[in-house]
Design a protein around this ligand. Structure first.
Ligand code: FRU
Length: 538
């Protein structure tokens, strides 16, 4: 025993000497390698100021989001002991404005039924579950128990749905003694329950993902559930597993109609590779979701119904107990992609959520329905120095933000262009290290694009910047509205007032400082331009 220990210590010593010597001799001492080891720089360069990121370690999907007593509650898939995915817990954070978050103690720990996969939470106002009282309504969380042991033993029934309740506004949770509440019927991927209150029949509806379809269940008390129907066979994109569904009713802007929207995240199969979220529009009568015939036909012709065309918005679902004045819902997604999430160059923590987005339905000229996303996180309190321009003729290369005029690393930009010509309009966000994040619009091809190939550290995964991400423009007009938010290592771009959205992360070697517009157009105009520094001192 002693000898073995001695030997292995010797080996460790030799490895250490070898590492020190080789790092001294190495010519390939790129800043990238030295940099990644420096946690403080990591924090300074990549820790977002306006987006939620966990203090430490791994995070993926947003879970159990609800709004209650002026507070937004966000739970999240969390591995508290490592910066890569592992046994899942529900982390927890609270915010008053969706921007400044306070991380809370872990909400749900793995138990003998398994680890805690994605799910939702509802405020049980009428105490239908009997877990609380009408004066102090329980918050009920509905989640998937993932039993890794059963999976390893070869069973396919290792994912089952369970519930837990909280009587202190989501702070501490008690698991229901009769869990699981929906048992696996023999489907390998059977998870991510999302529950809503269906007012018409005064009942709860649960939607979950089952392999490559979704299933609906109903309940009066959140404990006993009966199967209703399924959706998705042969409809939409099936190039990956269906995950994290959502179902909600929305008013159609400018009409007195409402329609039902069904979100389904898929991995892989996204329009630009890896993970993405598709949507379906139709009707739900309390039993069955029926997709609009017209919508289905369009879907068969081209798959372009995605909530976000960028590579980094996944598993997004909506908040319970939240509705805007216009009847919109509030969505938050995971700002990463399963293709490279565990490899991104941050050590202390992994990944952030998107900003909050309000979803709205509108009718196109062709009378079909579409979803758009409006930046809904309240940035007003964080706005600092701004620069504004109006009515400038676009020449070949325009500097919109020059060095040292504004801190571009966390900023919001609004641009309105008119007189578009059949050519490209390319925006370049750059820094002193020569990194460039490139995005824009090709009016000839009616395509939006984001190219992060030269944006800084990209080599950690060959899927990260293999090709530019593309998104079709839905209308052909000679004006264009762009709004985007930069937050150190992410960009969220809302084209055409959120009709097309692209969210992508990037890892520059120095803070971004300048913004240029390049084009061969000679008669286009910048009708409006505003850049607003955003500062979070909270
Ligand atoms: C989506 C997902 C879910 C699952 C969770 C596990 O990103 O795969 O389907 O519940 O992540 O962490």
């Amino acid at each position: 025993m002693y000898r073995i220990i001695f030997k292995s210590e010797n080996k460790v010593l030799w490895i250490l000497i070898f590492m020190i010597l080789s790092s001294c001799m190495s010519k390939d001492k790129t800043p990238e390698k030295v940099f990644i080891k420096n946690e403080n720089l990591d924090e300074k360069m990549y820790r977002p100021s306006l987006h939620f990121s966990p203090k430490k370690n791994w995070m993926n999907d947003p879970n159990g989001m609800f709004y209650y007593k002026d507070k937004y509650h966000l739970y999240f898939q969390h591995h508290p002991y490592s910066n890569v995915w592992g046994p899942m817990h529900w982390g927890h954070a609270i915010s008053k404005d969706l921007i400044s978050w306070e991380e809370q103690p872990i909400a749900l720990f793995p138990d003998n039924l398994g680890t805690i996969f994605s799910g939702s939470a509802v405020v049980d106002h009428n105490n239908t579950s009997g877990f609380g009282t009408e004066i102090n309504p329980p918050i009920v969380a509905i989640y998937t128990n993932h039993n890794a042991k059963e999976a390893n033993e070869g069973s396919i029934k290792f994912q089952n749905q369970s519930i837990a309740y909280s009587l202190d506004e989501g702070q501490t949770w008690t698991k229901y003694i009769n869990n699981p509440i929906i048992k696996n019927p023999g489907v390998r991927d059977f998870r991510d329950p999302k529950v809503i209150w269906y007012e018409k029949d005064e009942k709860w509806i649960l939607t979950l993902a089952a392999s490559q379809i979704t299933q609906f269940y109903e309940s009066k008390d959140l404990k006993e559930w009966s199967y209703l129907s399924s959706f998705g066979e042969g409809i939409g994109n099936h190039n990956g597993v269906w995950e994290c569904p959502d179902l909600f009713e929305l008013p159609v802007r400018g009409t007195d109609q409402t329609k039902w929207v069904h979100l389904v995240s898929i991995n892989p199969g996204g329009p630009n590779g890896g993970s993405a979220t598709q949507y379906f529009i139709g009707d739900f009568d309390g039993k069955k979701f029926v997709i609009d015939h017209d919508f289905e036909t369009q879907m068969k012709n081209k798959h372009d119904f995605w909530t976000d065309f960028g590579k980094d918005n996944y598993a997004g679902v909506t908040f319970s107990n939240w509705e805007s004045d216009k009847g919109g819902v509030l969505l938050l997604g995971w700002m990463s992609n399963w293709q490279y999430a565990s490899k991104v160059p941050t050590n202390t923590w992994k990944s952030a959520m998107t900003l909050g987005r309000e979803l709205e339905l509108y009718k196109t000229k062709e009378n079909s329905y579409r979803l758009r996303s409006i930046l809904s996180s309240n940035l007003g309190d964080y706005e600092s120095t701004a620069i504004e321009k109006q009515g400038e003729l676009i020449k070949e290369n325009i500097t919109l933000v020059s060095k040292k005029t504004i801190d571009l690393s966390t900023a919001k930009v609004q641009i309105k262009l008119s007189g578009l010509e059949d050519t490209e309009y390319t925006f370049e966000i750059a820094n002193s290290s020569g990194d460039k994040l490139v995005f824009g619009y090709d009016h000839k091809e009616l395509l939006f694009f984001v190219d992060r190939n030269q944006s800084g550290k990209t080599k950690f995964s060959d899927q990260f910047s293999k090709k530019p991400s593309l998104a079709p423009r839905l209308e052909n007009k000679r004006t264009l509205d762009i709004e985007f938010v930069l937050d150190k290592a992410s960009i969220e771009i809302f084209f055409d007032e959120g009709k097309t959205v692209m969210t992508e992360i990037f890892f520059p070697n120095a803070p971004m400082e300048t913004l240029n517009l390049k084009t061969s157009a000679s008669n286009s105009i910048i009708d409006f331009f505003k850049v607003q520094e955003l500062k979070n001192n909270k």
